[in-house]
Design a protein. Structure first.
Length: 150
């Protein structure tokens, strides 16, 4: 006989909070479980596997709508029918991740520039300009000209 799990046991075994499990049932990501005469939910190992699948899909950034569609396809029949749909979802998600990565790289560069400006006060920037000018050949020419006029 298959092991029967309470919602608390299912939550612990799957790593998904009981409140989230109830929500997934409410929106149709998970099927309604069997219940005891007292109304307690009863799950089997299939529930654990399904929740782990949902958790992995969500961690990859798939929306609940996409996860629900995948599960419906899984429940509908042969898994071969799932491959094209899954491929399309993964491609779409990969494009979104690439876009987010580009946005994050841009944000990183902007933050580095702001930090650099904050670390160098106006006084320090002025000193750096003066040091740069001290090393400039134009000052040497002026100094030689000043000496000749003396």
């Amino acid at each position: 006989m298959a092991q029967v799990l309470s919602i608390g046991q299912l939550a612990k075994a799957s790593g998904v909070a009981a409140r989230t499990i109830r929500y997934y049932e409410q929106i149709g990501v998970l099927p309604a479980p069997r219940r005891t005469a007292a109304g307690y939910r009863q799950y089997d190992q299939g529930g654990v596997q399904r929740l782990r699948f949902v958790r992995r899909a969500r961690s990859l950034g798939l929306s609940l709508r996409d996860v629900k569609a995948l599960i419906a396809t899984l429940d509908a029949g042969p898994r071969l029918a799932l491959r094209p749909r899954l491929r399309a979802l993964v491609r779409r998600q990969l494009a979104a991740v690439r876009h987010q990565s580009a946005e994050l790289r841009l944000l990183q560069r902007q933050l580095e520039q702001v930090l650099h400006r904050l670390l160098t006060s106006p006084r320090e920037r002025h000193r750096a300009r003066e040091r740069h000018l001290e090393g400039c050949r134009c000052l040497e020419i002026e100094s030689a000209g000043d000496r000749a006029s003396r």
